[in-house]
Design a binder for this molecule. Structure first.
Ligand code: ADE
Length: 344
């Protein structure tokens, strides 16, 4: 039996019943694939339901504000996905009359839709034979075919995509792509693959050469940078506070946070007093540290060491917000947790 036939047979016998597998609607498939980039299925599922409930059509999403979309996305991370989702919804709704492009070539032009997502939508919704290669697929192919080209090198990306493209079923590309992803996720798992029950173990190079944990090969990640964030939580007598939006490129773009003082090393109260008065003109009492131990928030390339400093003030500027207003803003999870524990 060919690789694709064997794989699809495994899929039909083993696949999970996932909500986006019951539809070929490009809007729903697009939403699911954007959510599932960099997100585990179990974490992504509630967001998929939440999004389709709030925005059942591309027009509903297009007519929402970016802030609302970011609020719904809160907790999923990689927020540029949400901003691009909103941008592309507006493009599809207002420029294309609500109709998604129907080919890989056109889909890949949409903002936030890369090679993988375009291939996933084109195959699932329009039965176009385009291989969708994600981390699961790299692992399966690297092991079965014994490929040690780094999966995050430009040569590796081409090589794996070409191989997947030669293997894809021309009769059933939708199930082939889903099957390869599912096989990587459920059978050919990263650390404990289920080789004893694998239909490909006889031909699997990694299994036969005892190299399962060596493959796939990935180039070393860039070094993790440590940053020190000090959030100044102004609190007025009426329990109002100041929030500001993060602008520019970088983490949490578009989300809201308390006024921030970033320091090169962990800040003491003394150097914070100077930094705060130099940066912000609001007068209040001395900042009082809320958390003795910095909270460490880990992102892919940076660890954010965070301290919250409370500054009581008798008066705050006009733009100060009540806690009810603060709760409506999209914020990083780190800030949300603080707001939930602090009594304004
Ligand atoms: N990961 C990315 N896309 C997926 C899908 N459609 N089903 C399951 N896991 C996925």
């Amino acid at each position: 039996m060919s690789f694709s036939k064997e794989l699809i047979k495994w899929y039909l016998e083993n696949k999970r019943d996932l909500p986006w597998r019951a539809t070929k609607d490009p809007y729903q498939i697009w939403i699911s694939e954007i959510i599932l980039q960099q997100t585990r299925v179990e974490q992504g599922k509630p967001y998929y339901f939440k999004f389709l409930k709030a925005y059942p059509t591309v027009f509903a999403l297009a007519n929402a504000s970016e802030e609302e979309v970011l609020k719904l996305w809160q907790g999923l991370g990689y927020y540029s996905r949400a901003r691009n989702l909103h941008f592309t919804a507006q493009y599809v709704a207002f420029e294309l009359g609500g109709r998604f492009p129907t080919s890989y070539k056109e889909l890949v032009k949409l903002k936030g839709v890369g090679d993988y997502t375009a291939a996933a939508i084109a195959s699932v919704c329009y039965d176009e034979a385009q291989a969708a290669v994600d981390g699961n697929v790299y692992r399966v192919l690297a092991r079965i075919y014994g490929i040690d080209t780094p999966t995050n090198s430009s040569l590796g990306i081409k090589q794996f995509r070409n191989l997947a493209q030669t293997l894809i079923s021309r009769e059933d590309p939708a199930n082939f792509n889903q099957a390869l992803i599912e096989f990587g996720s459920e059978q050919c798992k990263p650390r404990k693959p289920l080789c004893a029950s694998c239909p490909f173990s006889a031909q699997c190079v990694a299994f036969n050469q005892n190299r399962i944990l060596e493959l796939p090969v990935k180039l070393k990640k860039q070094k993790v940078k440590t940053r020190h964030f000090n959030y100044i939580v102004y609190v007025s007598d009426e329990g109002r506070t100041i929030m500001q939006q993060r602008l520019g490129k970088g983490i949490w773009e578009g989300l809201y946070e308390f006024p921030l003082v970033e320091t090169a090393t962990e800040a003491s109260q003394q150097n914070l007093v100077q930094e705060v008065s130099a940066k912000y003109s609001i007068t209040g009492k001395e900042p009082v540290l809320f958390n003795e131990l910095p909270i460490i928030h880990k992102l892919t390339h940076q660890h954010i060491h965070t301290k919250f400093w409370i500054m009581e003030c008798s008066e705050l500027p006009e733009n100060a917000l009540s806690i009810a207003e603060v709760n409506k803003l999209p914020v990083p999870v780190l800030i949300e947790k603080f707001i939930d524990t602090f009594d304004f």
